[in-house]
Ligand binder design. Structure first.
Ligand SMILES: O=C(CO)[C@@H](O)[C@H](O)COP(=O)(O)O
Length: 221
């Protein structure tokens, strides 16, 4: 499965978003963390900023909603031109209906899971989504330490997916130190915030991360 590196703009300079987006031209998408200070203890940005980002880039927009009531808000992000919209299963009232609505609007539907949320009870939802996002830190902040305990969930998720065409995204603490273990476990989409924007050359770091993950996937066959 194709490897994708999607840097998290949470670690970009919010006063210079366009400049930082242009500095990561080799990214496979822009991961945009929407936080509402309810679902997570942090507040970031919302729909108006995503609409403005849409105007200045053709990049694949990968929206990660860490908000209460995604049933109400998620469709607007698809309407704003985001190619992928992920909502959390812990927050959604009707995940299947919401996933179908996102797909109807032309976006890929992603289902997010916090570290303590089990994947096994979600097997019946798999046919409704295009991506499973596995949080590998508690959601809310960049720069946290990768939680190794999430590796077995990545493996179980890949096993449950079987031959369906569903991406497995990992988010939190992904770096040159951890990306290979995530790829070995079965992830193919990698969110990296501080690793990319904290590097001297963010674009070169994307290439390094992609090479490391691809080497593992190549050997996995
Ligand atoms: O969703 C989140 C945090 O809740 C992530 O997208 C972080 O922004 C990743 O940052 P790093 O752990 O890579 O610094």
């Amino acid at each position: 499965m194709e490897i994708k590196i999607t840097p998290s703009l949470l670690s970009a300079d919010f006063a210079n978003l366009q400049r930082d987006i242009e500095a990561i031209g080799s990214a496979d998408g822009l991961h945009i963390d929407v936080m509402d200070y309810h679902f997570v203890p942090n507040l970031t940005l919302g729909l108006p900023v995503v609409q403005s980002i849409r105007k200045v880039t053709d990049q694949f927009l990968d929206i990660h909603l860490m908000i209460d009531d995604p049933d109400r808000w998620a469709p607007s992000y698809a309407e704003a031109g985001a190619q992928s919209v992920t909502f959390h299963v812990e927050a959604a009232k009707a995940p299947i209906r919401l996933a179908r609505e996102l797909r109807r609007l032309g976006a890929r539907a992603g289902l997010g899971l916090n570290p303590a949320t089990d994947i096994d009870s979600l097997r019946d939802v798999l046919d409704e989504v295009d991506m499973i996002l596995i949080m590998t830190v508690e959601p809310g902040f960049g720069g946290q330490k990768f939680l190794d305990l999430c590796l077995s969930k990545i493996e179980r998720t890949r096993t449950l997916i079987g031959d369906r065409d569903i991406w497995v995204q990992v988010d939190g603490g992904v770096s040159t130190e951890t990306i290979e273990r995530c790829a070995e476990a079965g992830a193919n989409v990698f969110v990296a915030g501080s690793a990319v924007f904290g590097a001297d050359d963010p674009d070169a770091m994307i290439t390094t991360l992609r090479e490391k993950a691809s080497a593992v996937c190549g050997s996995r066959g």
